[in-house]
Design a protein around this ligand. Structure first.
Ligand code: HEC
Length: 256
């Protein structure tokens, strides 16, 4: 092809392409994560309420984590961890928190427990499968699904953005990314929650963010060596006990 013909061909290609093509599959602009906030908390109660919700979810994660060994045992069928069993253990753990809870907080606890139980009931077939070791059930999966059920019901957002997230639901937003950078930079002893208010669309929201740090039992998947495949085929994060792995992030709509 002559240079002139090549130039003409290139020109033809360029002019036949749409101008400034929009990327397919990009995030839509504007909008906000939850457009209809059913639950709104008086501003004065927001801080304590978000803290209580975060603590309640952390307590549930620990209850589920205690069953981790049973979950992966291929010889066991019924693990004895029904939604009902989970709910009663969770309620027992929350009892001290209930004492000083306001009526608003009590109502939200009930919705949180309801959401958590739905997810546990929904996962029974998976948990109780016999003859399979890894069944893809762990605290982070419960929390992701519980958060989605709770958000659908209430508009409250509870999520756990990850430092190198496995589930795309756990992608951090800008505030959460900045929070992770803060906790990584500040080191293992910095665990104070970061609190802020923000505007989500037309709604003022209260945000509570705290670090989730690794413990020794987390390291087979999130530990070293970085890049080696873990038992579920994700690349390990290369982190150590005490390192930040993600965030507990709670967002509640407030009203004055
Ligand atoms: C068996 C491997 C395994 C172990 C052990 C493990 N995790 Fe994970 N972790 C995962 C997987 C898989 C996901 C994705 C869960 C999902 O959303 O389905 C995940 C997700 C997470 C997330 C959410 C961000 C993300 O990556 O999507 C956090 C936070 C987290 N894990 C923290 C921990 C902590 C803390 C421990 C120890 C208490 C732990 N993990 C133990 C495999 C593991």
């Amino acid at each position: 092809m002559t240079i002139r013909a090549a130039a003409l061909a290139a020109l033809f290609l360029l002019t036949s392409l749409p101008v400034a093509a929009e990327q397919v599959g990009a995030r839509a602009k504007g909008g906000f994560p939850e457009s209809f906030f059913i639950e709104k908390i008086p501003r004065a109660e927001a801080k304590a309420t978000a803290e209580k919700l975060a603590r309640a979810v952390i307590a549930a994660r620990l209850i589920i984590f205690a069953y981790a060994g049973k979950f992966v045992d291929p010889k066991l069928g019924d693990k004895g961890f029904s939604g009902e069993v989970f709910e009663s253990q969770w309620r027992a753990a929350l009892e001290p928190e209930m004492i000083d809870a306001t009526p608003n907080q009590k109502r939200l606890y009930e919705k949180l427990i309801w959401a958590g139980r739905q997810v546990m009931d929904n996962n029974q077939d998976r948990i109780n499968t016999k003859g399979v070791g890894w069944k893809n059930f762990l605290p982070a999966k419960w929390e992701r699904e519980m958060g989605q059920v709770l958000t659908a019901k209430t508009g409250i957002v509870i999520k756990q953005p990850g430092r190198a997230y496995r589930s795309p639901v756990n992608v951090p937003d800008d505030t959460e990314r900045a929070a992770m950078e803060h906790y990584i930079k500040a080191g293992h002893d910095e665990n104070k929650p970061l609190m802020s208010t923000a505007q989500w669309g037309k709604q003022t929201v209260y945000r509570h963010i705290e670090p989730i740090r690794l413990m020794p039992p987390c390291l087979p998947c999130h530990g070293k060596p970085k890049g080696e495949l873990d038992m579920v085929n994700f690349e390990k994060d290369g982190l150590e006990s005490g390192d930040l792995i993600g965030l507990m992030s709670v967002t509640i709509a407030v009203k004055d």
